[in-house]
Design a protein around this ligand. Sequence first.
Ligand code: ZN
Length: 321
Amino acid sequence: MILKKDFNVNLAQFGIDIPLGERMDIILDHLTSNYSDNIYYPNDFQNLRLTKDDVLLAHTNIYVEELLGDNIDRIMRNCYELDLHGDKEPRLDFRPLRDLILREAYYTYQGMKLAIQHGFCYFLGGGMHHAMSFSGRGFCLINDIVIGAKKLMREHLIKKVWVIDVDAHKGDGTSEICYQDSNFFTLSIHMQYAWPLCGKNPGDPEMIPSNIDIPVGLNEERNYLAKLSAGLNKLEKEGLPKPELAIVVDGADPYEEDELPGTSGLKLTKTQMLARDQMIYRFLQSNHIPMLFVMGGGYGKKAGQIYIQFLDWLLKQRSCE
Ligand SMILES: [Zn+2]
């Protein structure tokens, strides 16, 4: 089951220059030309978005007050690194962008519900894993992963969640928010010597450990799949209670052709990327754990191909199950 948004987030319109938009056009073109419309879940929750109470499930009161207020220039510029890029454009009204992100995060939550009902859902969006309890950052305004899961816990639909984060960057916001929350178990496999970890001290929020962290050093690509497999086996063998849901942050940015300069510390081939995704899917499937995949990072035109190859395989796979 594939869930797609009924809107586009056009970052360029807000002066944000991140090569994140093209992948969606490529994926939707491919799916439209190769499959009938019924591969998508019918979208019956237009105009719904997260409420303040929902956002407070993962974020501090101070941050949420500012985020939902009218003066959000500072936090939006910080989150999308506008000042860091020397952008001195006149003030833009970022509130429409904020509202779209709140709607996107609502879809992540809906994707989780669909995953619980149907065993599997791929949401074409989401994965804002850098948002910390006290701040948005790294192009992630709010942590849709934690908010959605905690909302489902509040509704007594689930008790335990695993977050399996295979984006090139560490899921540092998720680990910071979920640290010491025994309802979450987090695994992150990521570049060892890159943002957000580079130059940080052990006490910095970025360094708060996931339950399982798997750093991948430079030129260690050949060990990547074995390291991931060992991490997944740990989930199985550590005597953890089985969760009612697993969320996979399925970033395409470990791909060797990714266009964001900050992802050059990990260069997996297209074949390795498919093997990665298949490994996670099979692992969760064999453990009978419902799963939601969200997209995470993945930059430039070629990122689309990484999602497409997995979606093609999945759609074939699931039609045979
Ligand atoms: Zn990333």
